[in-house]
Design a protein around this ligand. Structure first.
Ligand SMILES: Cc1cc2nc3c(=O)[nH]c(=O)nc-3n(C[C@H](O)[C@H](O)[C@H](O)COP(=O)(O)OP(=O)(O)OC[C@H]3O[C@@H](n4cnc5c(N)ncnc54)[C@H](O)[C@@H]3O)c2cc1C
Length: 464
């Protein structure tokens, strides 16, 4: 498997004495394990991987890449669909040794190291009965998730992850280290709220936390024959539901495991996964209208520690599967769009493939489009078609399904997509994502990274 001859050779002598973490080149026995990404469809071979242990390691790595003229990638949690945490023949800064969160329970904040996963933050914050919006799978990196926006179970109540971002510590392209927040380097802070990893390596995120201990959550499932009714009910219901209630819609094939009833095993279904921040009584009241849809096949909503809900589907989506996804922002779900959805749901190509509609209204919609780099505050959902399978032989099958499904629905959407749900889809798609914010982002990029050292990402090009 290891083929050092295929990879560019880089002399790493200049790093001796500067790195406390590990320097891994293709000859190293750990090379293949370390370069692995969550999406096994992407197989990149960096010339050198530096597993940074601290900020000083990151500074030395950035300076080394610039001096040697190496393409530079930054790996946070390694979850990016397009594999943008790694690079062929370049330098990968791997932040996976820089994990953990320090909670200030009085100020209700967490200082989260740049390579942390959602599970690390949940673990630290839950001990104090606190939490903040992040994603639905606990192995996702806080780094890429936050810099792209971050949506999760608490988004209707507390906004996107970036709406809870208080400060970032950043190593810039010239190796200097700055803090950006509402008072310092305000332009960089604005760009860090949705602009991705374009502006530097974030070694630490400070996030606002909220009282979130036990939530009332879990799935409700209907047979696929009810999908049109469920989706029509959901699109109207969720937008006027209390913001304490979050529910993402999905098509899935029910896995043959508890707690799903045997009668549903391996059946294609329509589902909504709920999270209510409040008491069981309030949750039942808020959810009562769903019983009007009829034919409910499973009601799996129950009190759960927030970290348990956040990791409920981890086992179904372990690292190492093939992934191909396509996304768009959605303002309205028309009857015609619902018909197209259901046609494509019938063709779910593999048991792990799915389609999700994540609500981004409520608190997430309270900001204007130019208050952060995230340019779609008027969107109501982020839609994503996700082809997944463990078998590389099915890579084309899942890719074709996701692309065809996306092609069918794209005319019913707002045109751009959530950066974190995009593959490597080119400049046109990046610009469609940032809309009128793109020009401002490009000038901030010009200021902080004029040579575009950080270009392995959904790239914002320097303005001149
Ligand atoms: C199973 C799964 C579930 C997901 N669920 C959600 C969800 O619920 N909500 C949601 O919003 N998104 C979700 N996502 C999307 C996720 O936000 C993106 O894949 C994101 O890029 C992951 O971040 P990462 O750090 O793990 O990725 P990586 O692949 O490590 O990095 C992604 C990008 O971010 C940059 N980056 C990462 N860390 C840093 C850093 N510290 N400093 C500078 N740049 C950095 C990288 O350079 C790269 O360009 C999910 C993804 C997967 C695979």
């Amino acid at each position: 498997m290891l083929n050092a001859d295929r990879v560019r050779k880089v002399n790493v002598d200049g790093l001796v004495g500067l790195i406390r973490g590990q320097i891994i080149t293709p000859e190293n026995k750990d090379y293949d394990e370390t370069r692995k990404l969550y999406n096994a469809m992407i197989d990149k071979r960096p010339a050198v991987i530096i597993r940074c242990r601290d900020v000083a390691d990151v500074i030395a790595s950035v300076r080394f890449a610039a001096k040697e003229g190496l393409d530079l990638a930054v790996r946070g949690g390694g979850h990016n669909g397009g594999g943008l945490g790694s690079v062929d023949d370049g330098l990968m800064i791997d932040l996976s040794l820089m994990r953990g969160a320090r909670v200030d329970p009085v100020a209700r904040t967490a200082q989260v190291s740049g390579g942390s996963l959602i599970g690390d933050l949940d673990h630290a914050a839950h001990a104090f009965g606190l939490g903040t919006p992040a994603g639905f799978i606990s192995t996702t990196g806080i780094g890429g998730l936050t810099l792209g926006g971050g949506l999760g179970y608490l988004t209707r109540k507390y906004g996107l992850t970036i709406d809870n971002l208080l400060s970032v510590d950043v190593v810039l392209a010239d190796g200097s280290f700055v803090t950006a927040n509402a008072d310092h380097n305000k332009d960089l802070f604005w760009a860090s709220m949705g602009g991705g990893g374009n502006f530097g390596v974030v070694t630490s995120f400070t996030l606002q936390l909220h009282p979130v201990g036990t939530v009332i959550g879990g799935p409700t499932i209907w047979p696929l024959e009810k999908a049109v009714d469920v989706l029509k009910w959901y699109r109207d219901f969720i937008l006027q539901a209390p913001v304490e209630l979050n529910g993402f819609f999905d098509f899935l094939t029910v896995p043959p495991v508890a707690p799903f009833p045997q009668t549903l095993h391996m059946k294609k279904v329509a589902a909504i996964v709920w999270c209510y921040v409040g008491s069981t009584d309030e949750a039942e009241k808020a959810l009562a209208p769903l019983h009007s849809v009829g034919d409910l096949a499973m009601y799996g909503v129950q009190p759960l520690p927030y970290p348990v809900l956040n990791s409920m589907f981890d086992g179904l989506y372990p690292p190492g599967h093939q992934w191909y996804w396509r996304s768009d922002f959605v303002k309205e779900i028309s009857d015609a769009a619902i018909d197209r959805h259901v046609e494509n749901a019938l063709k779910l190509p593999t048991p792990s493939s799915t389609m999700h509609l994540y609500p981004i209204d409520g608190a997430a919609s309270r900001k204007a489009n130019n208050e952060s780099a995230w340019a779609y505050r008027d969107a109501k959902w982020a839609q994503v078609m996700v082809g997944v399978d463990p078998d590389p032989a099915n890579a084309t099958l899942i890719r074709n399904w996701a692309v065809n499904y996306w092609n069918d629905l794209h005319p019913y959407t707002m045109g751009g997509a959530y950066v974190n749900f995009m593959m490597d889809e080119g400049q046109e798609r990046v610009q469609a994502t940032y809309l009128e914010n793109y020009a401002r982002l490009a000038s901030i990029k010009q200021k902080y990274d004029p040579t575009n050292l950080f270009h392995i990402n959904q790239n914002i090009r320097p303005s001149s």
